[in-house]
Write a protein that binds this ligand. Sequence first.
Ligand code: MRU
Length: 351
Amino acid sequence: MNQSYKPIIWKDEKLFLLDQRLLPQTETFVEVNDLKSCAAAITDMVVRGAPCIGFTAIYGMALWVKNQTTLSLESCRAACDEMINARPTAVNLSFEVNRCFEFMMSYVKEGRSAAELYKKLVEFGHQQINESHNKNTTMAQIGVKELMGRIGDRKWRLMTHCNTGFLACGSLGTALGVISYANSLGKVEYVLADETRPYMQGTRLTAFELAKENIPYSIVVEGAASYLLSHNKVDAIFVGADRIAANGDTANKVGTSTLAIVAKHYGVPFYVVAPVSSFDTSIPDGKHIEIEMRPMTEITELRGIKLAPEGAQAINPSFDVTDHQFITGIICEKGFINPQNPSELVKVVNS
Ligand code: MRU
């Protein structure tokens, strides 16, 4: 488990973000000084992964408060909305920013200064990142217990999609946290990491994390899922989530839904691992989730190299929604949820 590698650093009242666009070839940090540059870093995916987007936004709100001489509820709300609009699908962003707004409301109502509120928000950012480690550890333990019961005492062949490790979560990770913890117990034979087109979070980031932790892995293309699963190469699949609706429908990186459908077809258990901050029980099902559409150039080009013919069109939904019927279990820090039992989810998440 890697705890020394940090995608978000708060130092000397400044925010530094590991530029994930350049990984794994270059490890460099971008300095962020205000709300606009923070929101832009989220939109441009300097920082990414649902939990890390949320944590970054807390510091962004702190920086905004720091730059104010006076505060009003209206200006606070407008600033929060500007941050929330940076990316639409991961609910962690609005979850954390709306918690910032609650502090703003009480500080403004009590007539406390911007300097005091700034301090509070910075502390809140630290607290959320620190707590995430314990939450991720709990989820990892639940995931390993589930596999012990289901597969038993041999080494496991695991598969994952996108990147859900410390780069996405600030510590340990969600789905990758389960894998990392299982590996620390000597339980992992190998991991298959989906390359995760078009942004290559699997090839660039998950492989980077697995290599740093010396976990045996191979990168596979998404199109190989049917071959790999039908040839009995995978015991279980773990993915993260960007927004989970009240019925368990789950938005996650595009390609997740296809993988879940193939997994169900071949009888491979498929798990979603995400903290409570990734649940949105205000929406009944996945049809209510806004899917972010990203620029065509993420498909037609690769780091500035043109792949497609001049003028080629592309469609780039960044996420899809996996119907809960294809999900074997959802793991959050409050426990294991059976998505086939719809009332269970809201009960566990609100417990
Ligand atoms: O577009 P990204 O890279 O920010 O995508 C978010 C994700 O990393 C994944 O969808 C992930 O599975 C959920 S975040 C742990």
